[in-house]
Structures are given as C-alpha cells and as structure tokens.
Design a protein around this ligand. Structure first.
Ligand code: S3P
Length: 198
C-alpha cells in the first residue's frame, strides 16, 4: 500500500495538496536577468508595453531608495555593502504582489541567496544570454559608468574580463526557467519569444 492509498483521500486531492506545497510565492512577477549590456532594461520596457503591465528596474529602485547613483554607491560604500543593499531591495521587491516585470542588476542572481528566492517566487524567470564578444562590443563605449568594468582600457581587454566573469556567473544565470540568445536578435524578436510564455 502506498502512502497516498493509506491516506484515504482521493488521489487527485493528495496530488493537489503536494503541488500546493511547492507553489510559487509571487507568480505575478516576471524577472529578466543577464550580464551587463544584455538589454534587460530595453527589453523590459518593450515587454511592459506589449503585456501592458508596469516595468521596474532593480538598479533604479536601489538608486532611488538611497538617493545615489549605482557608481556613487559603489564608491561610497564598496562592493560588499552594495550587495547587501541589493539583497535587501530585491527581497522586498519580490514580495510586492503587483503584477509587473522586474529587471535585475547583472550581479543580483549571483550574491547571497537571491537566485534561490527568485526561483521559489515565480516561474517566469528569463535569462538574456549574450556572448562575451557581443556584450563587450556593446559595453565598451559606456564602460565608464559601470564600476566593475570602468578599469578596462581596450575592447579586447574588456572582452577577456567579460568572458571570465560570465564563466563565473553562468551557473546562477542558467538557473533561470527560460534562456534566450540575444546576439542575433532584435528587441522585438526577444519580446515576441517571451510574451507568449508569460
Ligand atoms: C552589476 C550590474 C549593474 C549594477 C552594478 C553591478 C554587476 O547592473 O547592478 O553596476 O555586478 O553585473 P546592470 O546589469 O543593469 O548594468
């Protein structure tokens, strides 16, 4: 006799109960994640228009909560304190029941227990995946406003940095429920792919 038979409830009731134990805590949230330069904010804004739901950017939430830009926060507090703040704000945001799209910072999934919390919050977790060469080419002209890559002097140095950094972060990013290659895709292509899944 199995445990389900011995419980004396119809099987579907027991299965439903077991399923509910693994329910997501806030499936109203759609999460976009990926390395810097992967287009999370641009795609988030376009997806927000398509689905007609609001869009929030975690870096913007952090900046407005602390009245400082991200580079200023890194400079004033250092990377470790920034990750504490990021953890505090992302956990708060994951609890907000408003239906919306939330784009994370490039490092958010890789610190504290953020990715595990994200995974139990919602099944709508999308990784925008770009190659190091593609990301470096996009980021190079804007690297000065990004604390982690501002030190790089040439595009090939940046590409080497991104390749190593991405390798370290990939395991967290790949915990997302869905992955989209962005190298040869327009914003519209990615939105077309994500929207029907939400
Ligand atoms: C970071 C990415 C940035 C920002 C901070 C750290 C990272 O966000 O949170 O500079 O660790 O990759 P974007 O990915 O939105 O640029």
């Amino acid at each position: 006799m199995t445990i389900i038979q011995s419980l004396n409830y119809p099987k579907f009731v027991v299965c439903y109960f077991i399923f509910m134990q693994h329910d997501f805590t806030n499936p109203n949230i759609i999460i976009l994640l990926g390395y810097m330069g992967s287009g999370k904010s641009t795609i988030g804004a376009a997806l927000s228009k398509r689905l007609n739901i609001p869009f929030e950017d975690l870096d913007d939430l952090i900046s407005s909560s602390y009245s400082s830009s991200i580079p200023e926060l890194f400079k004033k507090m250092g990377a470790k304190a920034f990750r504490e703040i990021e953890n505090e704000i992302v956990l708060k945001s994951l609890k907000n029941p408003t239906k919306r799209i939330l784009s994370l910072g490039g490092g958010t999934p890789c610190y504290h227990d953020n990715m595990n919390f994200i995974k139990i919050t919602t099944p709508y977790v999308f990784y925008l995946e770009g190659s190091p060469a593609f990301l470096a080419a996009r980021l190079f002209p804007h690297r000065e406003s990004r604390p982690l890559i501002a030190h790089t002097e040439t595009e090939s140095e940046l590409k080497e940095f991104v390749a190593k950094h991405l390798f370290e972060r990939q395991a967290y990013y790949r915990m997302a429920n869905h992955r989209f290659a962005i190298n040869n895709s327009s914003v519209q292509d990615v939105v077309d792919a994500i929207a029907p899944l939400c």
